[in-house]
Design a protein around this ligand. Structure first.
Ligand SMILES: [Zn+2]
Length: 285
């Protein structure tokens, strides 16, 4: 069979596959790949000794991914890492269950999976602050930076590939999610400042675009300005409506959902200041 014909067949098979499913795999180099299911993303690493998979997303997506890893790379899945405790990112892990697979999560994530009886695989390897996994010449560093979103949400650094994977508390190319439900805003800032000290060139988020370190710095700048401007408004005794009117931040207007979600982002920060920071019942305000 000619090379051209082979390529044509392979391309049409890929297209058929693509039309049947909405899933995509992007090669990021050095064995690392980005897995896309509609609005959700995760990464997986292929090494000569096996694969490291992060968030399985859901059963259908995980089933497709598992088949792809078998047919394209023919290596066993050695590790499945959960980024945090939210079901839209970590359901479907049972697809990868085998005697040679270790399921990894932060202790708080494991605790929450157990407590709320989540229908996914209970982690078999947990950690507090830091965990390093070595496989097939690559190193994966997991770090916990304190509360930011959900419980036990960690950063996942692929050292050799200089790629950082973080879910939900860093978003590139799009505004942070609506009213920032479940987010700890100061915690997001602290955690993002911490990961910016790492040596990485590529950033992959659990949603939206892929980016570089400068994109993460710009994201941090957005969150910091949003937080400080809403705080300043609240301290000046402005109402939520006044704060919404006063905050422009239009240097970030290129971000997707800017017009629709800026007022919601402001509202979310305001609510967090009133509740978590207790500004709502401060006697001096
Ligand atoms: Zn998410």
């Amino acid at each position: 069979m000619s090379r051209l014909l082979q390529t044509l067949i392979a391309t049409s098979l890929l297209l058929i596959g693509f039309m049947a499913q909405s899933y995509e795999i992007e090669d990021l180099g050095d064995g690392l790949h980005r897995f896309i299911d509609d609005r959700h993303r995760s990464v997986f690493l292929i090494t000569p000794e096996g694969a490291v998979v992060t968030d399985p997303l859901n059963k259908k997506a995980a089933t497709w991914l598992n088949e792809q890893i078998k047919t394209r790379f023919n290596v066993p899945v050695k590790y499945v890492i959960y980024s945090h405790n939210h079901s839209d990112h970590i359901y479907g892990a049972e697809v990868f269950k085998s005697p040679h697979t270790t399921f990894v999560a932060h202790k708080l994530t494991a605790q929450d999976i157990k407590n709320t009886q989540m229908k996914t695989v209970m982690p078999t390897l947990t950690f507090d602050d830091e965990l390093t996994l070595n496989l097939g010449g690559s190193t994966v560093k997991l770090n916990y930076h304190g509360p930011n979103d959900g419980r036990g949400s960690v950063s996942i650094l692929f050292e050799k590939q200089k790629t950082l994977f973080v879910v939900d508390w860093i978003v590139i190319g799009r505004m942070p999610w609506q009213k920032l439900w479940s987010y700890d805003i100061q915690g997001m800032i602290n955690s993002t400042q911490a990961v910016l000290k790492y040596d990485f060139d590529t950033f992959v988020g659990g949603h939206a675009d892929i980016g570089n370190k400068a994109d993460v710095t710009r994201y941090l700048s957005y969150i910091e300005q949003l937080y400080s401007q809403v705080t300043a408004g609240a301290l000046a005794g402005q109402s939520l409506d006044e704060i919404k009117k006063n905050i422009k931040l239009d240097q970030f207007s290129d971000l997707k959902q800017f017009d629709a979600w800026l007022p919601l982002n402001i509202e979310g920060v305001y609510e967090r200041l009133m509740e978590e920071s207790g500004m709502g019942w401060r006697s001096d305000l």
